[in-house]
Ligand binder design. Structure first.
Ligand code: NAD
Length: 480
């Protein structure tokens, strides 16, 4: 039991998700009736309120995940700050009614598109960024006029509960507009059965189950799933920056980041100096758990990960990889020494399966062509990066990568540039969060045609049919 369990109220509802959804739906009707300018005002006011609880929220995340405070502030807090800034500035414009171009033959009518909220959106979240992911999606979903059922990970319930309580207590929203369904898979399944749209963030395996359940109900589902970021280091790469990026991108959040670097392909000509730099950076990492003052890498989240990672490292050793680090330093606190796998090969499990832990495999390749071929030889396609001093060459190569997010001499920047659509290809997901595209997905398009004149006679192509009208219509609609 944590200190918070004694002061927080019990979760809104843990079992009866249908009843919860009915309450959210009632609240949503009132919320969507407000003008967008008012919704923007209230979301900004919410952020001011949450900001005053930043320490409390960060403490909850630390207790549940053990990650460094600086990491929470930089990756989670500043991330949401940028989301709030982007969407409160752009939502009104992105969601306003938009006139639609119409053909000549309809010159006497007006056509436009309205954006109508979906209703109740289910946000099913993972444990790795318990503030950033649910809040980052809640902000645009609310601005678009929806009510929310947040289903936090069963491994980070306290953060989810606290977040919902702060939102409720702010008094800025109709009661129950943002509600929490607690629990594991069963709660997630109930949310998919009760909501009008689901945004799922988590593993590819669960994502498939969510997609099946959503298909059964014919509700839209957006899936943000796993990744296996290939980092390609070319012979002309800026090696110091590339090595630092590999280590930060590989070990940020103890390697538990969907867009984090999971495999590095290095041109053989620069392999030795790159590996030497990476090794130096990895050895300098400070490992500790949530109660320490200053450290870089925190614990892995679940005990099961320790065994899974050990199996990948054993496989890498058996196949001739040189493993540096990787010892379990404290099993009870799940502290795993950052592991570097040098001389990795394409067959190793660590190069093929999502590791989601503090492990960085580095493999020499003959040239850029081999790197691209191996990078694309994966079922996953979330993030990827190319490293070269020749930006044009790197961008050309990047365009050949099968990934939704491509960095050139950059890692993990996409989420923070909220105007960019964020998401994966292949088994890494469906749909995109962030950007105007990501905001509009929380709405349905409602298309209007308004006949203006002549007010009281039928259109010429209605009954009765005539050859003369058919010829006029054919002439007016012909492709030039
Ligand atoms: P997970 O799939 O185990 O769980 C995610 C959420 O789904 C949890 O809330 C869980 O309770 C719920 N859930 C489980 N079974 C369900 C079901 N049958 N129906 C509905 N909901 C169900 O994932 P995790 O271990 O919490 O997170 C790690 C994974 O998330 C990694 O694969 C990582 O790459 C991925 N991830 C992706 C992104 C992205 O933006 N693409 C971001 C973060 C994490």
């Amino acid at each position: 039991m944590t200190a918070h369990d004694t002061v927080l109220p019990p979760p809104a509802v843990t079992t009866d998700v249908p009843a919860l959804a009915a309450r959210v739906r009632r609240a949503q009707r009132r919320w969507s009736g407000l003008p967008i300018s008012e919704r923007v005002r209230r979301v900004k006011a919410l952020w001011t309120r949450l900001r005053s609880a930043q320490d409390e929220l960060a403490a909850a995340v630390r207790r549940e995940t053990g990650k460094p405070r600086a990491e929470i502030d930089v990756l989670e807090w500043a991330g949401v700050e940028l989301i709030v800034k982007y969407f409160t500035r752009n939502a009104a414009r992105a969601l306003e009614d938009r006139a639609a171009a119409r053909p000549w033959i309809f010159a006497n009518k007006r056509a436009y598109v309205r954006r109508v909220p979906r209703g109740v959106v289910g946000l099913i979240a993972p444990w790795n960024y318990p503030l950033l992911i649910p809040l980052g999606d809640a902000i645009p979903a609310l601005l678009a006029g929806n009510g929310l059922i947040l289903k936090p990970s069963q491994w980070t319930p306290e953060t989810g509960r606290l977040l919902a309580r702060l939102i409720q207590e702010s008094g800025l929203f109709p009661e129950d507009l943002v509600s929490v369904a607690e629990g594991g898979a069963a709660a997630g399944e109930a949310v998919v059965r009760a909501c009008d749209m689901v945004l799922f963030t988590g593993s590819t395996r669960t994502g498939r189950a969510v997609a099946r359940a959503a298909a059964e109900r014919l509700i839209p589902c957006v899936l943000e799933l796993g990744g296996k970021h290939p980092m390609i280091v070319l012979d002309d790469a800026p090696l110091d920056r590339a090595a630092k990026a590999a280590v930060w991108g590989g070990f940020v959040n103890a390697g538990q980041t969907c867009v984090g670097v999971e495999r590095v392909y290095v041109d053989r000509r620069v392999y030795a100096p790159f590996a030497e730099r990476v090794e130096r950076e990895v050895r300098a990492l400070r490992l500790a758990a949530g109660d320490a003052d200053s450290y870089d890498v925190g614990p892995v989240m679940l005990e099961a990960q320790l065994a899974a990672i050990a199996a990948q490292l054993a496989d890498a050793r058996e196949r001739g990889g040189r493993v540096i680090g990787g010892r379990v330093m404290n099993a009870e606190r799940r502290l795993l020494e950052p592991a570097l796998v040098l001389d990795a090969t394409a067959e190793m499990r660590v190069m093929r399966e999502e590791t989601f832990g503090p492990v960085l495999p580095v493999m020499p390749v003959a040239d850029a062509e081999e790197a691209v071929r191996l990078a694309n030889d994966s079922e996953l396609g979330l993030a990827a990066s190319v490293w070269s001093r020749n930006l044009a060459r790197a961008e050309r190569l990047g365009a050949r990568l099968e990934a939704g997010l491509v960095g050139v001499n950059d890692v993990l920047g996409h989420y923070a540039i909220c105007s960019l659509p964020f998401g994966g290809v292949k088994q890494s997901g469906l749909g995109r969060r962030n950007s105007e595209e990501g905001l509009r997905m929380f709405c349905q398009a409602q298309s209007f045609v308004v006949h203006r004149w002549p007010a009281n006679i039928g259109d010429p192509w209605w009954f009765p049919y005539s050859d003369r009208v058919a010829r006029v219509v054919a002439r007016l609609t012909r492709v030039a």
